[in-house]
Ligand binder design. Structure first.
Ligand code: FAD
Length: 439
């Protein structure tokens, strides 16, 4: 069965970019439909960080109190554990604005909150289980999407004045539009896994570098979401080495986690993230715009993908909603303006990630040949005011610590980013606590 409907702004993908765009467009009074291929937002780990600039945006949208009511953790400094000490490389306590921290919240809670707020708007529709499969065209112009309802396999068409692809780094819309992103070489992949977290453990985020091995742990309350960097393409060899060898690596790198490593029953508990760093040269076609990971897949370095995706959505809504509300076709020049505004902050952050790959990680990420560490680090003592031994600190971190003017830079770059976007006046609301329905 094929059904037809019409909307003004059609958003493909209900991730951070798609839902924030949907919310803002709907608040502008633009008929907006979001197609999301899954039934809910409850998926495996996709990133937890909501940075200070996005927290400020939520305040402007009147959602700050609802966000604060979600179970979350806050980190106000970025620390790296070396063998001899813990080094503070970013102090968020001096950030300007209302939020001097990064919030760690499961992404599905954040997306549920935004989706709930959007569904309060009469011009907003979220279609779940709706997988975009094909572009509809009027001549050369993209005129909407054909989607498949994953509950019964039926096909449907939605026509729209503007289609916005927010369907992530494997974007099907991008492929259908014949767009191929430029890919930058990445020397790392990431292994993700969980370990139990005890009340006596550190709080917030913990980074650890030692002997060519690098790990980041994100505090999820009763468990740690752990990221372990491996050399690009070494997944198969690392798996062949077996779970016991991996447990030994983690015990050597993070001795305070050694007492719970049997929670890793097998390497099936360890998921591979194929790290990509990509960017489209052109983010638009007639009738089509691409934003978020669909336009620029980010490396996990700095955990900034969600915030960049959100910032793209805010810029797109601010520049495009007036034209859509007026009922016209959005000219290509306006779509170009969205790319012009968001291209340079994206390129800047990706440039920083490439430097980080080279300076901190390149040639040092773990491969199957990397010896298992045997020296137990001192770990958690925070003597960040003492000079770190230069031999163990990568050049970039040494510079940041030595040049006073640079000290606030990493925290600011990560937590606020190069071009934070603010809610347009028409999208702002007074603070509203959770609605009656949520209670
Ligand atoms: C393992 C992992 C860890 C990460 N950690 C962090 C972190 O800590 N901090 C951070 O800021 N970033 C992190 N990121 C990156 C971050 O998740 C992304 O940059 C961000 O989610 C991009 O948002 P987006 O809305 O552009 O795309 P996505 O979040 O990828 O959302 C795309 C949405 O589109 C839907 N979709 C896909 N195809 C279709 C289709 N054909 N039809 C309909 N819907 C479709 C998907 O189901 C999804 O909901 C991580 C990414 C991964 C994979």
């Amino acid at each position: 069965m094929l059904s037809n409907e019409r909307t003004t702004c059609l958003v493909v993908g209900g991730g951070p970019a798609g839902l924030i765009l949907g919310l803002l467009m709907a608040r502008a009074g633009v008929e907006t439909t979001v197609l999301e291929k899954h039934a809910d937002f409850l998926r495996d780990f996709r990133g937890d960080t909501v940075h200070a600039s996005t927290l400020t945006l939520l305040d402007e949208l009147g959602l700050g109190e609802r966000f604060a009511a979600l179970p979350h953790r806050e980190i106000d400094r970025v620390q790296v554990q070396l063998d001899t000490r813990t080094v503070q490389v970013g102090d968020l306590s001096r950030l300007p604005g209302a939020h001097q921290h990064i919030a760690l919240v499961p992404q599905w809670d954040f997306l549920d909150l935004v989706a709930d707020a959007a569904e309060e708007e009469p011009t907003f529709t979220l279609r779940r289980n709706a997988e975009a499969v094909e572009l509809l065209r009027d001549g050369a112009r993209v005129a909407g999407i054909r989607y498949r309802d994953r509950t019964d396999g039926s096909q449907h068409e939605v026509r729209a004045s503007l289609t916005v692809a927010c369907d992530g780094r494997g974007s099907a819309v991008r492929a259908a539009a014949g767009l191929t992103p430029r890919s930058f070489g990445v020397p790392i992949d990431v292994w993700w896994f969980r370990l139990p977290r005890y009340d006596t453990d550190p709080v917030g985020g913990v980074g650890r570098i030692s002997g060519g091995q690098f790990a980041v742990m994100i505090d999820r309350g009763d468990y740690w979401q752990c990221a372990f960097l491996i050399a690009k393409g070494s997944d198969a060899a690392m798996r062949a080495a077996g779970v016991e060898r991996f447990r030994e690596r983690i015990a050597g790198l993070l001795p305070w986690l050694a007492d719970r490593l049997d929670a890793l029953g097998s390497l099936d508990d360890v998921k591979l993230l194929d790290v990509k760093l990509e960017r489209l040269r052109t983010w638009h076609r007639d009738g089509l715009l691409l934003i978020g990971d669909a336009a620029h897949a980010m490396s996990p370095v700095g955990g900034v993908g969600i915030n960049l995706a959100v910032a793209d959505a805010v810029a797109a809504a601010r520049l495009l909603a007036p034209a859509l509300r007026a009922g016209g076709i959005v000219p290509r020049s306006l779509l170009r303006r969205v790319q012009l505004r968001r291209w340079w902050p994206t390129a800047l952050v990706q440039g920083g990630q490439r430097i980080a790959h080279r300076a901190v990680l390149s040639g040092r990420a773990t491969s199957a040949d990397t010896p298992v560490p045997t020296t137990a680090p001192t770990g958690l003592a925070d003597d960040s005011l003492a000079p770190a031994p230069t031999a163990t600190l990568p050049l970039v971190l040494r510079l940041v610590r030595r040049v006073p003017m640079l000290r606030g830079l990493p925290g600011r770059l990560i937590a606020i980013g190069p071009l934070p976007e603010h809610a347009p006046e028409w999208a702002r609301r007074a603070p509203s606590p959770r609605s009656e329905l949520d209670r």
